[in-house]
Design a protein around this ligand. Structure first.
Ligand SMILES: Cc1cc2nc3c(=O)[nH]c(=O)nc-3n(C[C@H](O)[C@H](O)[C@H](O)COP(=O)(O)OP(=O)(O)OC[C@H]3O[C@@H](n4cnc5c(N)ncnc54)[C@H](O)[C@@H]3O)c2cc1C
Length: 354
């Protein structure tokens, strides 16, 4: 089997790149082990333009969001599955000071179209919010597990996905191309998420992965027109189910849910939810964060057939659409990558390794 691209990993990184290639008529094969605990599968797919901690616009938010909406809408059509929601995010204020800060930030040039105030959050029968709330406009929510499952099904049916672990020792260099098992490709793109540290070709890239745990709750009849935030996100999934997340743990990098994280999440929830709920599920995943908190894209320093697409950290659903195009254009037409994301910035680590 001869193709243009072999892609390792079909989380949102590998899937977005595959979809770009599909749209432009380039041939590809994905190799992936189905992992229900992959970062993409536990994510709520929230594209939030505002950083809560500092109350400023998130990195490249305007440009990333425009491309995300375009991308997921066309994927939705192609897969014939509803994937995109446009629910405002309501920040439930913890104090009068937080409210004042929000009010002052509403006049910032970059936030003027993004933030408004609300004296009462809409559903005060359900939410305890004596200080009111602020609304973030322009957020998107992507049904990430549904997207990945639908794309996977289609790729399997058309013979474009091989479900098995990719063993790096099976990769061979043949003339200008690579060969893995029966597949010969012009290029291979590694999109393995946080397990990049097991990749002998790219393990020199500085990653700082972070584990996150989430809980799925059932809350009867709570209005589901908003995503709520108070220290954590409470996001409606439909059918009275809510996604509650998430925690940050840099030390224990496994995909096992823990009692401590569950307690932390429920304690924060009990601080503002007034009504009864039941816990339906509890999951953990690992965010593939780069140490400088910028994506990792580009070509291997010595093997020109090898590329990487990783380092999405906490924002995979927002980053993947814009940068999948940028990477594809770089590979196909040699158009330059944004310096901030190009792995050229880390080549010194490769050379230090000898
Ligand atoms: C709890 C939590 C909540 C999050 N919430 C959000 C959110 O609301 N919004 C947002 O934008 N981002 C969120 N994120 C971050 C987001 O999920 C990630 O940035 C993104 O999913 C990373 O995608 P990826 O494709 O790089 O990696 P992954 O999703 O981890 O995918 C990697 C894939 O590669 C496969 N793979 C790896 N190695 C091999 C191999 N050797 N052989 C075969 N297959 C292999 C894996 O099985 C997996 O399918 C969240 C993350 C977590 C953990």
């Amino acid at each position: 089997l001869e193709v243009d691209y072999l892609i390792v990993g079909s989380g949102i990184a590998g899937t977005s790149l595959a979809f770009r290639l599909e749209q432009k008529g380039h041939s590809y094969v994905l190799v992936d082990v189905l992992n229900p605990s992959s970062a993409s599968n536990v994510s709520a797919g929230i594209c939030n333009p505002v950083v809560f901690r500092r109350l400023n616009l998130s990195w490249m938010a305007d440009c990333l969001l425009i491309e995300a909406l375009r991308f997921y809408t066309s994927m939705e059509k192609w897969l014939d599955v509803p994937l995109v929601e446009r629910k405002p995010i309501v920040k439930v204020f913890s104090s009068a000071e937080e409210r004042l800060l929000w009010k002052s930030k509403m006049n910032d040039v970059e936030l003027v179209d993004r933030l408004t105030l609300k004296d009462q959050v809409f559903n005060t029968d359900f939410i305890d919010a004596p200080n009111g709330g602020g609304i973030i406009h322009g957020a998107l929510q992507i049904r990430m597990p549904e997207l990945l499952a639908a794309f996977r099904k289609r790729a399997l049916a058309s013979g474009k996905l091989i479900e098995c672990p990719f063993d790096y020792t099976d990769l061979h260099f043949v003339n200008e191309k690579i060969q893995w098992k029966q597949v010969v490709a012009k290029r291979i793109v590694f999109c393995e998420g946080h397990t990049l540290n097991k990749n002998p070709f790219f393990k020199w890239l500085p990653m700082k992965p972070v584990k996150g745990e989430v809980i799925v709750l059932r809350i009867e009849n709570m209005p589901s027109d908003l995503t709520l935030n108070k220290q954590l996100m409470l996001h409606p999934m439909g059918n009275n189910l809510w996604w509650l997340g998430s925690t940050y743990d840099w030390a224990n990098l496994d995909e096992t849910p823990t009692a401590e994280a569950k307690q932390e999440l429920l304690q924060k929830l009990n601080d503002f939810l007034k009504v009864a709920y039941t816990v339906v599920d509890h999951k953990a995943g690992i965010r593939p964060a780069a140490s400088d908190r910028r994506p990792l894209l580009g070509q291997h320093p010595t093997h020109s057939q090898l590329y990487v697409f990783n380092g999405f950290g906490t924002k995979g659903s927002m980053i993947a659409p814009y940068f999948s195009t940028q990477l594809m254009n770089n590979m196909e037409y040699n158009t330059p990558l944004l310096k901030e994301v190009d792995i050229l910035r880390h080549y010194k680590h490769f050379h230090e390794m000898g």
